[in-house]
Design a protein around this ligand. Sequence first.
Ligand SMILES: CC(C)(COP(=O)(O)OP(=O)(O)OC[C@H]1O[C@@H](n2cnc3c(N)ncnc32)[C@H](O)[C@@H]1OP(=O)(O)O)[C@@H](O)C(=O)NCCC(=O)NCCS
Length: 207
Amino acid sequence: MIISLEEPRHAAAIEALLDRSFGPDRFKKTAYKLRDGVDPIPELSLVAIEHDEFGNEILEGTIRYWPVTIGGQVAGSGVPALLLGPIAVSERLQGGGLGSKLIRMSLNKAAALGHRAVILVGDAPYYARFGFTRDLTLGMALPGPVDLDRFLGLELAPGALAGAAGMVGSAEVGMPSVIPNGVAPLAMAFSASRDISESRLWRARTA
Ligand SMILES: CC(C)(COP(=O)(O)OP(=O)(O)OC[C@H]1O[C@@H](n2cnc3c(N)ncnc32)[C@H](O)[C@@H]1OP(=O)(O)O)[C@@H](O)C(=O)NCCC(=O)NCCS
């Protein structure tokens, strides 16, 4: 299995995996309003690839992130954050740890790049293991209906979401979802033993 950055050639397979995982109605979800017209962040969008006996790529997993801002009266003046999702793993590999690996690798890279906070709409029992909590999003609102128990946040830098409140809006790629000169204080805070092998894998695949 190779985990690498998503490239344009993966787009069709990603859409097919997402259709199988979430159904064709997925575009009606509130989270898609925050993705509409905005590209996923290329440095954080990963694919998991196997190769068949002929060397053809088989997409087994995908994770994407989008730039958002929280609150702020003027466009772009809110607290910058990442929106995680969608993430999907092929049915035959579910439960084998690939989803966790995609999440931990991308969160580590996000922290290393200086991103400070992540929000998502997803199953709390799953995302709690990565540190996501509902507490951090209590003051926030999304631009559509959502089960609020599934609206979760994670601080990559301590205090990054303190005082973050108001409507979450989409942000253009290239807007500062990273604090200038920001460092990544928790860059390696996720599951030490896995991080070592994952960061090696990351370097191997991106060198
Ligand atoms: C959710 C998903 C990405 C997880 O990836 P995965 O590779 O199957 O997950 P992992 O192997 O890393 O983790 C498995 C663990 O997560 C748990 N888990 C998986 N999906 C879960 C969910 N939706 N809610 C709660 N727990 C979940 C499993 O029970 C298992 O628990 P255990 O470690 O205690 O045995 C994958 O199952 C998937 O693509 N599902 C369909 C699409 C989807 O629902 N995506 C978004 C989820 S909000």
